[in-house]
Each structure stands twice: as C-alpha cells, then as structure tokens.
Write a protein that binds this ligand. Structure first.
Ligand SMILES: *[C@@H]1O[C@H](CO)[C@@H](O)[C@H](O)[C@H]1NC(C)=O
Length: 256
C-alpha cells in the first residue's frame, strides 16, 4: 500500500512538472540490466535470469544464466556470469565466443559491440554476427579504448569511461574500424536507440538527451537536461519509449 502511494505521488509530480509522461512499467524484482530495441524489451535480474516483456508481464528468455542481455538489429545477445558471449538462436542462448565481455550491445548497424572484462571496447563485425548459427567461436576485436559503458546506433557509437567522460566513435560495421572523439559532458551511463536518439545519466542520477543528432550531424549539438521525478540509475530507449530504471528500484516507461 505504501509503495502504491509513493508511485502515485511520483507520477503526480511528473504530470505537474510536464517533464515527461511516464507510467510505472511492470516491475521486474531486483532488475539488473534492461535493453530495448526492435520493439522488444529484454532484461536480467540479480539472479542472472534473462527476461523479455510481453504485455504486462516479464517472461523468462532462454534457460541460461545471463548477467546482461541486449536486443537490436544484430539480434539478441547476452553475457553470462563468466563473461562468455551468447547469441539467441532457435529459442535459446548459444555460446558464441571465447572472448570474455562484461557487456554487449546489439544496437547499431548489425555489428555487436562490447566491453571486455578488462574494460576494452570491442567489436564483432556485422557479417560474423549475422551469420553466426552456433558453430565455432567468434572473435571480438579490441578497439583501443578503455570504457565503462558503450552503445551503438545508426550514426555511430557512444561510450563513457571511468572518468565519466563521454566518447563518440564512428564505427564501420563490416570491419569494426573506429575513430574516437571526446565529447563535452559528464555521464556515468549512455544509450543509443535504433533511430539514433542518445540518452545518458550522470553520477547524480540526472537524465540527459543529446540534441540535434542526425546522419549529417552524428555528434549532435548539446546535452539537454530532462527533469524526472526521482533519480535515475539507467536508461534505455526504443521507438519513442524511454525506459528509466530509478535508483529506488522502479521501472518507468515514458513516451517521448
Ligand atoms: C546501465 O546499463 C548498462 C547495460 O545495459 C551497463 O553497462 C551500465 O553499467 C549500467 N549503468 C549503471 C549506472 O547501472
């Protein structure tokens, strides 16, 4: 009852501040990571179970323990507790790589990017990612940048490092050639949607959107602070839906 009242209060505040129109999304208890792409929403919990959202419920995705999952143009990919990378094939995760990753991202133009367990930004070319059907081992290529978070969209990839700097790289999906630039701003985590939208959260739990991102201007022009009713831990975006993990453990779904 108490939590219902709190949510009502939060949503009420949102409505008054005209910040964002949000509702509380179906709750996944002890959610660890969430990623939206291609109309799908996938997540993991602290017990390393993978889920997908269907209507108002979360359902198990595959039978293997996954620490993190991602869905996008490259398909559905995940990382297990040891950092091994899996691709979702024929209704379950199949181990695809001996490279050890902390995070993979299936957004972008068909490539899969990741961050290795030693924090190196890495990439799997689009050809190998698409063709992989469960045989053999895929090799990720190191991209010579130390990163904490890394996410790709149609106009390039955005990442954050340990100093909370924001980095942008154009990335060739076929051969993983990347060139890095430091962008102004300070963010802890960052996400890029399949339409190119870029959102990030800083260490104080404040939400920002990169304004003016387009094919012609992939870096955009500035960060726009978006007021939220509560502090945010993480964000993912797909098809005008913004999914906000709050620091207090709620999941908000906001139409933008
Ligand atoms: C946000 O989620 C991404 C993966 O979905 C992860 O790499 C990153 O560490 C998370 N950030 C925080 C602050 O939890």
């Amino acid at each position: 009852m108490k939590s219902v009242a709190v949510v009502a209060l939060l949503l009420g505040f949102l409505a008054i501040s005209h910040a964002l129109t949000c509702t509380e999304a179906p709750r996944l208890f002890r959610m660890r990571n969430i990623d939206a792409g291609q109309g799908q929403v996938v997540a993991t919990d602290l017990h390393s179970r993978a889920f997908f959202l269907s209507g108002q419920s979360w359902y198990r995705l595959g039978t293997f323990a996954m620490n993190q999952v991602s869905v996008g143009p490259a398909g559905t990919w995940g990382v297990d507790r040891s950092g091994y990378v899996y691709k979702y094939i024929a209704g379950n995760f199949q181990r695809a790589s001996t490279s050890r990753m902390r995070l993979v991202d299936a957004g972008g133009n068909g490539q899969v990017v990741g961050i290795s367990t030693s924090s190196v930004a890495s990439c799997l070319p689009s050809g190998s990612a698409a063709a992989y059907s469960g045989r053999g081992n895929l090799g990720f290529r190191g991209l010579r940048a130390a990163m904490l978070d890394y996410s790709c969209g149609p106009y390039g990839c955005w990442g954050t490092n340990r100093r909370q700097q924001v980095l942008y790289s154009s990335l060739s999906p076929t051969n993983c050639r990347a060139s890095w630039r430091v962008i102004g701003g300070s963010l802890a985590t960052i996400t890029v949607g399949t339409d190119g939208s870029v959102y990030g959260v800083n260490r104080n739990g404040h939400l920002f959107q990169r304004i003016g991102v387009s094919r012609r201007n992939p870096l955009g022009s500035r960060w726009n602070y978006i007021r939220t009713c509560t502090t945010i831990k993480n964000v993912t975006y797909d098809l005008r839906n913004l999914w906000l993990q709050t620091t207090s453990g709620f999941l908000l779904q906001c139409r933008v």
